[in-house]
Write a protein that binds this ligand. Sequence first.
Ligand SMILES: [Cu+2]
Length: 250
Amino acid sequence: MDTSTLALPEDVSAHGHHIDSLLALSHRFDLVLAVLMLGVLALFLWRYRGPRKVAADGGTVRSRAVVMVAALTIFGVVDGTLFARSLGYLDDVLWNFEVPAGHPGTVRVEVNARQWAWEVRYAGEDGRFNTADDVVTWSDLRVPVGVPVWVQLASTDVVHGFSLPNFRVKLDAIPGRVNQTWFQAAREGTWEVACYQHCGTSHYKMRGTVTAMSPEAYAVWLREAGRQAARAYDASDAAAHWGWEWRPTP
Ligand SMILES: [Cu+2]
């Protein structure tokens, strides 16, 4: 059997290992508890084998106390540990927008989800969104390696799910609001942008690519894309001007 199909997608982000280690920790807890519980079950099966008449007596006060203490201890240790480490990840990484806000090289992109594509908008040379020099791509997200990429996300029709499996990114695209997240590419390459909400008949087509490039290659691409965008710009095409003023840090 090909075990790679059971593994997580390759992590190519700077912070994805936090998620992976949380999952691995969760699985280790599962394994220990499963061995423990199945072991006790097997032990009791063997110990009390053979026919006998048993009347349920509800146990003694002491046996009930043992069960309660064991259950609460396991809950406290397992769920408490996972909860604390998840909060740490949220505080340090996922909800810590001071990182992209404070980094001079941060790339800001607006992503608009629609049936059935991802529209990606870069501010262009004026640094402002929804202006004539914006660079807009179709299901083609380009980012430089090694700097934070700050994504603000919306939808023009239904709820979509913006997902970069190789970057451990998942964020709902919801009509009428702007959600945000950030990530950072650790190496160059091209991977999948997927929609994780069933969003209509052609949901399966809602795939794009995310390409992490060297900063130099990214700069060259952005300049060329900017020239093309200027040529393609049509002030009367209202549907093309879906961008918004960059939202302040939450
Ligand atoms: Cu979708």
